[in-house]
Design a protein around this ligand. Structure first.
Ligand code: FAD
Length: 447
């Protein structure tokens, strides 16, 4: 059984059949749609180039599955090996894959979030609604949060000729995934494109008009902004609630598993029949000092699904590890951003090729003298080189790869946010001393 009928779920189903599994296969998904692709939702769908319902994932083969779409899994009974569904059904399994991914973090004030004109973006239905709102040519769009998806949406607004403000609490856009040095370059890209970029501020309140349509935003610097559309791009929440009483290692960062995609129970003991893949998985990585990584990247969902499927139907001696070298991409403001490794694991950055002024360069991230990640702007053809040196944990800066090295190859502090400073991440309170009753309770610091 696979719970979660999206990218990881579909690719795992296909891989199970490729592996020769001929038994019954059930796929449960709470969305009513067949699996579709999310990356176009913040790009081609918002510009109006691709309709939101034209994003179905291509199938690599027939999977001959019992699809239960439009019904959520609400519980997992490990003792009786069955999944409970929202419609009251229980479905038995021999092997289970958890692929329930993440959802958009909603606006922190539910009443403000319910105003007309306030959006989040995660599903194709979200994208259809937001695209319609942009097509109506609002007077001003406010995007709160400037990670990859928020920045891509700001870029689309510019492409459509819509006035757009971006409010970001950090010093610059993309600081979380790429650090402050690249953030400065991203900020220039936004300024040059005409974005009204406000950094170091948060949006404290949204106000509506008499018809319940969003009208104004109040910012932490005391300013107000008249707005017609607000998009909260505040990151994601992992869909773990249906596993609350399953006794698995679930929490804020997802479902803990080993490098073979096998879920841990709440005490960190590996299970034999429950596997995890995609955005919801959190596994240790040999290249990153065995730290547990949660990767919200398309490539990771595909490769994790394939490894999980293989291990679900393999003997112990033929199991494979899932040790992907993370890779990601983004398109914004006419620039193609691609990366490999875990840039935020580094504390230094060095520009290794190309030109910052031309916004066509490669930069490597280092930690304790070893390369751990790399990012390219319009320079993606060199990524395989960087992937190879990261996989070897080569010295940073890595040996010069090409002919267009910048004059100054001095390492700089990468300026990632200090992980010791409290963020939105909730406190974890362990409750109970009896191992059978131990649970993790999350107390959000958000308002
Ligand atoms: P998801 O796609 O989140 O799928 C999980 C599925 O499980 C969903 O359908 C969910 O509704 C369902 N589900 C949840 N709970 C339950 C339940 N209890 N019962 C049944 N079903 C349930 N990545 C990149 O690398 N590059 C990009 O450019 C990029 N752009 C993106 C743009 C957008 C707008 C978004 C939202 C994501 C983007 N990503 C990008 C990330 C990428 O799409 C994800 O990494 C990928 O979708 C993860 O796949 P998944 O199957 O693990 O999870």
């Amino acid at each position: 059984m696979i719970v979660g009928a999206s990218l990881a779920g579909l690719r795992a189903a296909e891989a199970l059949r490729d592996e020769g599994f001929r038994g019954p296969l059930t796929i449960i998904g709470d969305e009513p749609h067949e699996p579709y692709d999310r990356p176009p939702l913040s790009k081609q769908v918002l510009t109006g180039w691709v309709p939101a319902d034209h994003t179905k994932l291509p199938r690599t083969r027939a999977v001959d599955a019992d699809w239960r779409l439009g019904v959520a899994a609400t519980g997992l009974d490990r003792a009786n090996k069955q999944v409970l569904l929202a419609n009251g059904d229980t479905v038995p399994y021999d092997r289970l894959l958890i692929a329930t991914g993440t959802r958009a973090r909603p606006w922190f004030n539910a009443a403000e979030g319910a105003l007309d004109g306030v959006f989040t973006l995660r599903t194709c239905d979200d994208a259809a609604l937001l695209q319609a709102a942009l097509k109506a040519r609002p007077g001003r769009v406010l995007i709160v949060g400037s990670g990859f998806i928020g920045s891509e949406m700001a870029s689309v607004c510019c492409e459509l000729g819509l006035p757009v403000t971006v409010a970001e609490r950090a010093e610059a856009p993309l600081v979380g995934p790429l650090g402050g040095v690249i953030g400065e370059i991203a900020a220039k890209m936004q300024h040059d494109a005409g974005v009204d970029l406000r950094t170091g501020v948060s949006v404290e309140a949204l106000e509506g008009d008499a018809d319940g349509h969003v009208q104004r935003a109040r910012l932490s610097d005391g300013t107000t902004l008249d707005v017609d559309v607000v998009v909260a791009s505040l990151g994601s929440i992992r869909n773990v609630e249906w596993l609350d009483s399953a006794g698995l290692a679930t929490g804020f960062w997802g479902v803990g598993c080993d490098a073979g995609c096998r879920a841990f129970d709440i005490n960190g003991v590996v299970t034999d029949t429950i596997f995890v893949a995609g955005d919801i998985a959190r596994a240790p990585h040999v290249l990153y000092e065995y730290e547990f990584l949660s990767l919200e990247h398309w490539d990771n969902a595909v490769s994790g699904a394939e490894v999980a499927a293989h291990n679900m139907v393999s003997l112990e001696t033929t199991r494979r590890p899932h040790l992907p070298l993370p890779s990601f991409w983004s398109g914004q403001f006419g620039v193609n951003i691609k990366g490999v490794g875990v840039c935020s694991f580094g504390d230094e950055i060095v520009f290794t090729q190309g030109s910052i002024e031309d916004r066509r360069f490669a930069a490597a991230y280092g930690r304790r003298g070893r390369i751990v990640g790399a990012v390219t702007l319009d320079h993606g053809k060199w990524l395989p080189y960087y992937a190879a040196v990261i996989e070897r944990s080569a010295p940073c800066p890595p040996p010069p790869p090409g002919y267009d090295q910048p004059k100054d190859m001095q390492p700089l502090p990468a300026r990632f946010p200090d992980p010791r400073v409290p963020t939105e991440i909730p406190d974890v309170v362990l409750t109970g001393h009896d191992p059978t009753s131990r649970g993790a309770e999350f107390i959000s610091k958000r308002r």
